[in-house]
Design a protein around this ligand. Sequence first.
Ligand code: PGA
Length: 259
Amino acid sequence: MSSTSRTPLIAGNWKMNLHTAEAVALVEALKPAVAGLDSVEVVVCPTFTTLYPVAQALKGSNIALGAQNAYTKANGAYTGEIAPQMLQDVGCTWTIIGHSERRQYFNESDALLNEKLHFARKAGLKVMFCIGETLEEREGGTMNAVLTRQVVEGLKGLDAAGFAGTAIAYEPVWAIGTGVTATSQQAEDAHAFVRKLVTDHFGATIADALRIQYGGSAKPDNAAELIANPNVDGFLVGGAALKADSFAAIVKAAAGVAV
Ligand code: PGA
């Protein structure tokens, strides 16, 4: 089990999937499946267009709402962007920032992601900040340098209050959407490395309290083994979050409930 002082955080990243009716149907099925599981924190991150109906459907449940991205300004002439304050207006308490798909396809830099993180936290939005190496980087021996850069540049300047509403999602790019999950040992080694980085750069108190989620083909089959590691504090789930039964099974594994 992850450290008892850290509440496991399990979030579904729906990416660019599900129209309104499907999104609402998914949370309607999810609500009873995870009701009463209070030893964990559960979040769903739908598309921008389904946030509002999903927020209505989630009312009174133990599932929080998150977005997948948030811009660095509160309003203004930024065509196509969404402010953290607008996300809060529709009921979001969380956002993902720095997903590898944003880094890769939309060229989001460490500096921009750092700015997004600071702005979201100042607005009061909690952040799941994603990091992770590609297969080339892992096999080429630069994995630790990449993770170091992503943590040091991405979290630069974040204080204790900022960290209090921030989780890191370690998502090896080679495991995302591929069906290839990191082994339990690979995940634990990377998470321990990241926690040590945070200790060295931001201090032990912050590092001890920080939740580090694993992401990359997390499934009902491997969730219990992964969460058993001392430095794995939850999951950021893509594909398996699009079905209520598989996402609920991952939540239950993180809660220590036999499925
Ligand atoms: P996956 O995606 O679970 O489909 O691998 C995880 C993610 O990209 O957050």
